[in-house]
Design a protein around this ligand. Structure first.
Ligand code: ZN
Length: 150
């Protein structure tokens, strides 16, 4: 087992020269060169294994590791259903837009024009006298099928 000592010479990758060069060990931590000084540029930096050696080591490590097929690539396809919160599309070009009155009864997917909320589409009938309608400003519950007392 190699013992490293400060002052000893060692091959290290120099981060400044960007080459594998002879370095002098400045500090040893846990019997590993921690900081080294480049004999070429005299810059000191952390010890880095020579590129050639680390490349070989990486290659060896890569070959011993079981290649993991990336099953995580399974599409996280949008499980979002038809987005209920999406603003309503504009009514189809030939859609008949009914004028909303509380006396009228509206079927789902009917386009209606409300004097306050504007044009929206009936999402569903909540009750005989209630419909849920999607407007640009949001979903509203409107009264329907309720004859006005006069
Ligand atoms: Zn250097």
């Amino acid at each position: 087992m190699t013992t490293y000592r400060a002052g000893q010479e060692i091959d290290s990758y120099c981060t400044k020269c960007k080459l594998d060069l002879t370095h002098k060990i400045i500090a040893v931590v846990a019997n590993k060169p921690a900081n080294v000084e480049c004999r070429t540029c005299y810059g000191s930096h952390k010890y880095r294994a020579p590129k050639s050696a680390s490349a070989a080591a990486n290659a060896a490590a890569a070959s011993t590791k079981t290649p993991r097929a990336s099953k995580s690539a399974v599409s996280k396809a949008s499980t979002r259903g038809a987005s209920e919160d999406a603003p309503p599309a504009a009514p189809p070009p030939h859609a008949h837009i009914f004028i909303y009155t509380i006396a009228e009864r509206f079927a789902p997917n009917t386009w209606i024009s409300h004097k306050t909320f504007g044009v929206g589409v009936v999402i569903r009938e909540l009750a005989l006298n209630k419909i849920e309608v999607r407007f640009d400003s949001g979903t509203k519950v409107l009264v329907q099928n309720t004859p006005t007392a006069s």
